[in-house]
Design a protein around this ligand. Structure first.
Ligand SMILES: Cc1cc2nc3c(=O)[nH]c(=O)nc-3n(C[C@H](O)[C@H](O)[C@H](O)COP(=O)(O)O)c2cc1C
Length: 170
């Protein structure tokens, strides 16, 4: 059985790869993996919340609107190649999970799957979203990151569960 941990128990282990190679957001019932490098784990409305930011051009953006749930999967160093691939190719063109050899498994708390090879994963239900606004944005950030004005949308997902890899605990 997977071991269910408290929502903030893997904070440091999540932030470190988040800042380096990235971690994997999975959305949609079919399980589309997309690499993310921005986001946060925090508190909103008195709940533990994983916030991810996604540009409107991503296939994942459509999937998150269609089904307001996601899993966030932290992969070990053996999966750096696959993480890079999921950040350079769209689920509109490829079945990325299949190409990467990711085994998708049912989550306990949401309809979106998680990646069985992940070290641990979060299961989240979206409570809210908010679009970054040009008029409120620091000018340097706007010029550097948004020359095409394709501002990210922040999706706020309540952390319903954080689970450690099944393999370790079966
Ligand atoms: C390390 C890394 C981090 C990334 N972080 C984000 C992110 O936080 N938000 C985002 O919208 N795109 C991010 N991307 C780009 C998407 O992963 C990429 O555009 C992907 O192909 C989109 O997949 P999809 O169309 O299947 O959703 C990142 C890419 C890499 C390589």
């Amino acid at each position: 059985m997977a071991q269910k941990l408290a929502p903030y128990d893997r904070y440091k282990e999540t932030i470190e790869p988040f800042c380096k190679q990235g971690i994997i957001l999975v959305s949609g019932t079919q399980g589309n993996p997309m690499t993310i490098g921005w986001g946060s784990i925090g508190v909103y409305w008195g709940k533990p919340v994983f916030t991810v930011v996604v540009r409107p051009s991503r296939y994942s953006y459509e999937l998150l609107i269609e089904l307001p749930e996601f899993s966030v999967n932290v992969m070990g160093d053996d999966y750096k190649k696959q993480v890079a691939y999921c950040g350079s190719c769209s689920g509109r063109d490829e079945n990325k999970a299949q190409v990467c050899g990711f085994e998708l498994a049912s989550c306990d708390d949401i309809k979106v799957p998680y990646i069985r090879q992940a070290l641990f994963h979060y299961e989240c239900r979206i409570l809210n979203h908010a679009d970054f606004m040009e008029e409120a944005m620091n000018k340097e950030i706007a010029t550097r990151f948004y020359p095409q004005k394709d501002y990210h949308r922040a999706f706020y997902g309540e952390i319903l569960g954080l689970y450690e890899a099944r393999e370790k605990h079966d």
